[in-house]
Write a protein of this length. Structure first.
Length: 314
């Protein structure tokens, strides 16, 4: 099957087996694109136009894969789209949140037991350092039920309802943070890009995921103040001109993953790479896809921003 784009655009040959796309193809190449179709190390990738949702690039876009902590963008937008959500609501950190990250060896915002943080602060703790403790706190707060287990299960149900609302038939969640016990926490590059587009429609979400760092002043159990400083694990920010988000993820089954977005000259592209070859190559893969959208050569000279020593990695 050949997909051709006339008038100086690209041509690509794609192989189909069992209905799955095996090689990359431009699904709807930008009218101004002059660059060749990018070659990425990730096993799956997708790029879409944020304005109209049209697909620009896809590699195994419909193949289901684990998504690791990119799950947390769905945690965040599920909270943000709860009717009447109060971002100033204070949430008390429970010991079980800390115990959970210690038991799982999970990424953490290092929330201290007894501290009280606002929902808005927890969203930054969730998205920048990829805090599984912050994810637990939000799921426990916005799920329903008499026990923590019931509330977190309820919240995961809300995440699945969000995917269903958006028509994402190849996405399923069994966790609030991407740590899957059953393997039933999966998506496709296409589905996750659509979810990211939905999330980027929220001004608060965009505000949360854009900064390279964030400081949060929390009230301690004794009435004092503790200041948390979180650094964004997304090294595309500050490395690729116009980058505005979104979320990293790394897991044994998932490999290095990234949801990303960038804006230049009023044009925004949102994309996904799943199962990239290395943690740094996912950022290079993303830059190549963004270059394809913007008809740019930035990826060739991009130097990745370094994270401060000792900060969280994801």
């Amino acid at each position: 099957m050949k997909i051709s784009h006339k008038g100086g655009r690209h041509a690509a040959t794609v192989a189909l087996a069992g209905g799955l796309l095996l090689t990359a193809s431009p699904l709807a190449a930008p009218a101004h694109a002059a660059a060749p179709i990018p070659s990425i190390t990730a096993k799956g990738g997708f790029l879409l136009d944020q304005a109209d949702g049209k697909a620009v690039y896809g590699k195994a876009g419909g193949t289901r894969r684990q998504m690791a902590s990119t799950t947390k963008l769905v945690t965040a937008i599920t909270v943000l789209t709860i009717p009447g959500v109060d971002l100033k609501k204070k949430v008390t950190v429970k010991a079980e949140y800390r115990n959970y990250v210690a038991r799982e060896g999970a990424s953490t915002a290092d929330l201290r037991t007894g501290d009280r943080l606002t929902v808005r602060q927890l969203l930054s703790g969730l998205m920048l350092p990829s805090g599984c403790d912050a994810a637990y706190a939000l799921a426990d707060t916005y799920g329903t039920g008499r026990t923590t287990a019931a509330r977190t299960s309820s919240f995961i149900g809300k995440m699945n309802a969000k995917a269903k609302q958006l028509g994402l038939v190849n996405t399923k969640f069994d966790s609030f943070d991407g740590i899957s016990r059953t393997g039933n926490n999966y998506t496709t590059p296409s589905d996750l890009a659509k979810m990211a587009r939905h999330a980027m429609g929220s001004a608060v979400f965009r505000e949360v995921v854009k900064p390279k760092s964030y400081k949060a002043a929390a009230t301690t159990s004794t009435g004092g103040t503790r200041t948390y400083t979180w650094y964004n694990t997304n090294k595309l920010l500050g490395s690729y001109g116009g980058a505005i988000g979104v979320k990293t993820g790394t897991g044994t089954a998932a490999g290095p993953c990234l949801v990303f977005a960038a804006t230049r000259n009023g044009k925004t592209y949102t994309g996904v790479v799943l199962a990239s070859s290395t943690g740094d190559n996912r950022f290079k893969d993303a830059a190549k896809l963004l270059d394809f959208g913007f008809a740019s050569g930035s990826a060739r000279t991009m130097e990745l921003r370094s994270l401060p020593a000792g900060t969280q990695r994801d």
